[in-house]
Design a protein around this ligand. Structure first.
Ligand code: AHR
Length: 349
């Protein structure tokens, strides 16, 4: 279909305020909406709003975005919100003022950053979400933003639970270190893990874990759960406190590798042997985590791939071309444990 006549473009007209559009005698009300269109050009000025740069995952993601922008010869306006939601909303609005063609947004948390998506839409700038989602009740994919590119966080949590239940023989007292409060990975990684242990995980398309017994694993109990904000030192401090209150804990589920390493440091500081006294599972697949697996301190980590550059810019081109873009583009993720950490550590970030 000619791009000028594509459904998305027609819907965009309604979203732009015409309210009602006539199509061959058929009147369509402005109940439809679509993200602002993107002109097909040789080069683009894009924005990339990063959440924070305090861990290897974020550094790898930024480097991947910068490398791909450079390879394509595109200009990229880059901002680091330093873990501050108000600053990230401002960063997006600054990009709007600079009239970028499209904004790649890695939102810190679901609700506050949904407003920034709507601000960009109102200014006629399409947004592609990278690695974290916004609240889809407030801002919808295919309507308010183009798409979400990232991992299936529910599945990541379920895969971590499957490994832990198998390794612990269905018996464990677990401390959970949660990611940033209100962020999609923290909410979904908790849900996937808990649903799997409860036997209610319904399964997701790729790499679905082996089904749990319908009765779940009654011997696997989460005794304490608190946010460590996806950060190593915060994870270390929070684990210290939770472990002091629950010295009977035999396992840790950390929503990312940085907090798992924080827990390892806290255990070692108390003369405990991580990997023996307490079994740890986490998510990401960083170089430090794979080294910790090789050293026997970390049991396993579910990959959450941070190298978004090629997929992000490929999606931009497809959108400019008028292709239909799915509401979610899910990255395939690997799984690392003692069987492959040695072979994979060289590719890690
Ligand atoms: O949104 C993805 C998560 O954010 C990664 O697991 C974490 O390490 C990062 O900060």
């Amino acid at each position: 279909m000619d791009r000028n006549l594509s459904r998305r473009h027609i819907l965009r007209l309604t979203a732009a305020g015409t309210g009602v559009i006539a199509l061959g005698g058929l009147r369509i009300r402005g109940v439809y909406a679509a993200p602002p269109p993107l002109e097909k050009k040789d080069t683009y000025k894009v924005g990339f709003s990063q959440v924070e740069m305090n861990n290897p995952w974020r550094i790898a993601q930024t480097e991947s975005m910068q490398a791909e922008a450079e390879r394509l010869g595109y200009e990229m306006v880059y901002t680091d919100a330093a873990g501050d939601e108000a600053k990230q909303i401002q960063d997006v609005n600054d990009m709007i003022s600079q009239q970028v063609d499209l904004i790649f947004l890695a939102p810190r948390s679901e609700k506050p950053l949904a407003q920034a998506v709507l601000d960009a839409k109102a200014a006629g700038i399409p947004v592609i979400l990278l690695d974290r989602n916004v609240d889809n009740e407030i801002a919808k994919p295919g309507e308010d933003f183009v798409t979400f590119i990232g991992s299936d966080f529910i599945q990541e949590g379920a895969r971590a639970a499957e490994w832990l239940a198998r390794t612990m023989g269905g018996e464990a007292t677990i401390i959970e270190l949660e990611g940033t409060t209100g962020s999609s990975p923290a909410m979904d990684r908790q849900k996937g893990f808990r649903d799997y242990l409860a036997g209610t995980f319904t399964g997701h398309p790729s790499g679905t874990p082996v089904a749990a017994p319908t009765a779940g694993f009654p011997g696997m109990t989460v005794v304490a759960s608190q946010t460590g904000d996806f950060a190593r030192d915060e994870g270390r401090k929070v684990f210290e406190t939770l472990y002091q209150a629950n010295p009977e804990a035999t396992a840790v589920y950390a929503h990312n590798d940085e907090m798992a390493i924080g827990a390892i440091l806290a255990l070692e500081a108390q003369g405990k042997v991580p990997g023996t006294d307490v079994i740890i599972v986490s998510i990401d697949g960083s170089k430090d985590a794979l080294q910790a697996i090789i050293d026997g301190k970390l049991g396993a980590t579910v990959e959450c791939n941070p190298r978004f550059g090629p997929k992000a810019f490929e999606t931009l081109a497809a959108y400019a071309n008028g292709d239909d873009i799915p509401e979610k583009i899910i990255n395939p993720d690997k799984f690392f444990d003692s069987s492959n950490a040695e072979a994979e550590v060289g590719n890690a970030y």
